[in-house]
Design a protein around this ligand. Structure first.
Ligand code: URA
Length: 420
């Protein structure tokens, strides 16, 4: 087998054989296939696609490139994965909620890249909290608390780590078979028996339209089933930010409100919808809406944060500089574009421009109004928070055209569809 032959097969629009896929992933992980060859193959896959069986084999090869976590607990294990969005803090209330209802939730999470936020970056705004756990620590916390949100261990799907970094710099990220195999290789190697996927659609998501998002959801569910996992995907709206906060510590604060029985309606609704699917796959008959409203998941949250060295009662970092954008006229907020708000938060310092950058814990955007809210001229619309006031101009530029005041909000359902 040779890299040139494998690239030519896909370049000419043919299926890759199982042997070709296994060989190229293994050789790439070992450094025998060069980055430029893997880049060419990624572009050929981007342009010519893969069928479900090829994508499932690619997933398997990436799992086999590293270790698998073996999480033995005496409760059913179930995880959730979101394809990424703006203000998407759902893991924070969801993991302790599902654990409080009786399942075990091992959630290996990522960091933000570009305009999308990362769960680990948000949790690191809690003083003392540690993202990096050993496999033993993960297993122990899962048994004691029922929920772990932490970084993937080093040895998990190393082929995906290398390939993802390559795709990021070769414009080959937005390929359905590549995204699906990347996500599912990590989730299957992590070992949860069941998985609920939150596939985002809209300006703030990877998939901007419903047809693409549905195709991604079907590819993810198809791969999961081929690997014997119970998988459901929800298609949910990402055309406006989720909740009223976008950033790091501000999203933790909003999540804690939800865990205490309050918080914005959309966060509550999506958390409960995902929890219902997770509990259904785990075979647990408890109503998550009741547990959330009663504040019953807050205690699990505190134990989850403490177990990883964090102080759940500590004051969170506050930004040094605040700039308020006010309504230029009176009316109804018609639109608030997720991508524009995501880019604004990123420029304020909530996200990173390069992988090695640090994020500002307190940077972000507070949405004082959401689409459908009535506003009067001069009311605060958006609050920009940062430690670097020079960043405000770039954030304001990103928000140009990102919101509109009129007399009727555009209608957009949060929960669009379910793929089983
Ligand atoms: N998230 C991943 O883990 N991989 C992708 O390719 C895209 C989003």
């Amino acid at each position: 087998l040779s890299a040139v032959d494998v690239i030519r097969t896909k370049r000419d629009g043919h299926r890759l054989t199982d042997d070709q896929i296994d060989w190229v992933v293994d050789a790439y992980t070992r450094g025998v296939v060069a980055d430029e060859q893997m880049s060419a193959l990624a572009m050929a896959i981007f342009l010519n696609g893969m069928d479900t069986a090829e994508a499932a084999r690619l997933t398997q090869a990436m799992i086999d490139s590293g270790e698998r976590l073996d999480l033995k607990v005496d409760r059913p294990t179930v995880d959730k994965h979101s394809t990424g969005g703006v203000g998407d803090k759902i893991t924070l209330p969801l993991a302790p909620l599902v654990a409080a209802c009786g399942a075990a939730v091992p959630q290996l999470s990522g960091r933000g890249l570009g305009h999308t936020g990362g769960t680990l970056d948000k949790l690191e705004s809690i003083p003392g909290w540690r993202a990096q756990l050993s496999t033993d620590e993960i297993a122990r916390q899962l048994a004691d608390v029922g929920a772990v949100v932490c970084a993937a261990t080093e040895g998990l799907a190393p082929a995906d780590k290398k390939l993802y970094a390559l795709r990021d710099v070769t414009s080959t990220v937005e390929s359905i078979p590549l995204i699906a195999s990347s996500i599912m290789s990590k989730k299957i190697a992590e070992g949860a028996e069941a998985l609920v996927l939150d596939v985002k659609v809209g300006s703030g998501a990877f998939m901007k339209n419903l047809d693409q998002a549905r195709a991604l959801a079907e590819a993810l569910v198809g791969i999961g089933k081929q690997h014997g996992r119970k998988v459901t995907a929800l298609l949910t709206d990402m055309s406006i930010p989720l909740g009223r906060t976008v950033g790091n510590s501000v999203e933790v604060e909003e999540s804690v409100e939800v865990l205490k029985g309050g918080g914005p309606r959309d966060i509550i609704d999506l958390t409960v919808a995902l929890a219902r699917e997770m509990l259904a796959l785990a075979g647990i008959d408890t109503d998550p809406a009741e547990v959330l409203a009663s504040g019953g998941a807050y205690e699990t949250w505190c134990r989850m944060i403490s177990a990883q060295g964090g102080d759940p009662e500590a004051a969170l970092p506050k930004a040094k500089h605040v700039h308020v954008v006010t309504a230029e006229e009176s009316g109804v907020l018609e639109t608030l574009d997720a991508y524009a708000v995501g880019v604004a938060a990123w420029r304020l310092g909530a996200g990173r421009a390069r992988k090695e950058d640090a994020v500002q814990h307190a940077a972000g955007v507070i949405c004082h109004a959401k689409p459908g809210d009535r506003v009067s001229q001069g009311d605060p619309l958006l609050e920009l928070r940062t430690d670097t006031p020079d960043a405000v101009a770039a954030a304001l530029e990103a928000l140009q055209g990102g919101y509109a005041i009129g007399d009727a909000p555009s209608e957009q359902e949060l929960l669009i569809d379910t793929v089983r």
